[in-house]
Design a protein around this ligand. Sequence first.
Ligand code: HEM
Length: 418
Amino acid sequence: MSPLIDSTVPLLVQGYAWAPDLRRRHGDPPAVRTRLMGRPALLLHGPAAVEFFYDERHVLRDGALPGPVLDTLFGRGAVHTLDGERHRVRKALFVNLLMRDGSVDGLTALVRRHWTDAVDGWQGRGAVLFDEAATVLARAVCDWTGLAVPEDAAREIAEDCVAMVDGFATPGPRHWRARRARARQEESLARTVEELRGGVTRLHQALPTGAGDTALEAVARHRDADGRLLDPRTAAVELLNVIRPCVAVAWLAAFAAHALHRRPRLADALRADDGAYARAFAHEVRRFYPFVPFVGGLAARDLRFGGQAVPEGTLVLLDVYGHHHDPGLWPDPYRFDPERFLGREPGPGTLIPQGGGDARTGHRCPGEDITVGLLAEFASALAGLDTDVPEQDLRIPLHRIPTRPRSGFTVSVPSRQR
Ligand code: HEM
């Protein structure tokens, strides 16, 4: 392989712009060779790349994610890092929990309840929507997971989950905060799992809807491909892989507020909606705003893609942010327009903010329906709020991964409104 310049520093400096910029400099091909963290890497782009990447004969996950990402965002031994049979058995745990009937409605109802309480508390003062959404989501997902968590602890869980996401892709203080947050939450949840297995009920509760096992029970009793229970730390990692991404929907809620602020007329469509517009709006938020920059794995064997050799072990990256702003795939990609999705669900390989392929068998996010449901709920709730948006810094810096409106989106609530 020819000596290629390592892209780690440009990635850290350019953030979301790195992949589109790299492709542009090479004439926008479907595959560009580079190096990342000292490793040969290939950046893939486009619907054919999505299909290629999500074929597990092509791309494996074991060993693909760097330690600093595991120690902050996903956790050691997480489902994200497994392949083959080990992945299928662990993935079934998430599919059964997150994709079963009633999950989206159950979580959405809990979010609605906690959001209403939160909004009641803002009367006559301001609120930072990002922080409020994170706390509401933490309360709701803890209820849903079966964790009996006092009010203060839910706020701490929200802050720790935000820290884990905020610090995964950066060196420095944000990264160390993320590591501490993960260590704290893993330790506490591992203890809860041990207590549940030991018959102590103090820290867990039945599903509020009374339907089926809670996530806590399911994870505590899950048997892996080797027939054994998860060790308490890995069980905690997987519980956090339910709790943390639910809290991360706060990023999307802040983006939804940003979109409504920039295009206030869209709120009318949401207010007049029977549900279809809110869903289309949620899809467009996930397409338009930068959240996941790319996903990655390792070439399972010597392969070819887009005219490039892909030697076994190459780090293969699938461009997500660039995919959603490619004018060949999305007419006028920098226009926020929910109508793109009105009356039509995205086809395979088109909208990939949570990965591509089959969520039940591959690595695609099993929480996608939940995300869309929660985001649609937030969009409708935000459209119904009578708030002022004071002067603030609403810029969304592209060099920062993950990014969000700098102010977190502050609102003030003049009178009793919901
Ligand atoms: C996997 C994005 C919400 C649980 C993923 C992947 C992405 C993603 C990009 C990896 C795909 C890949 O590796 O190829 C997001 C985004 C979300 C979100 C942007 C919005 C905040 C959720 C929610 C849950 C969840 C709400 C659970 C309640 C998971 C799990 C995996 C995953 C368990 C691992 C799947 C596997 O490796 O098989 N998500 N997700 N995510 N997500 Fe999400």
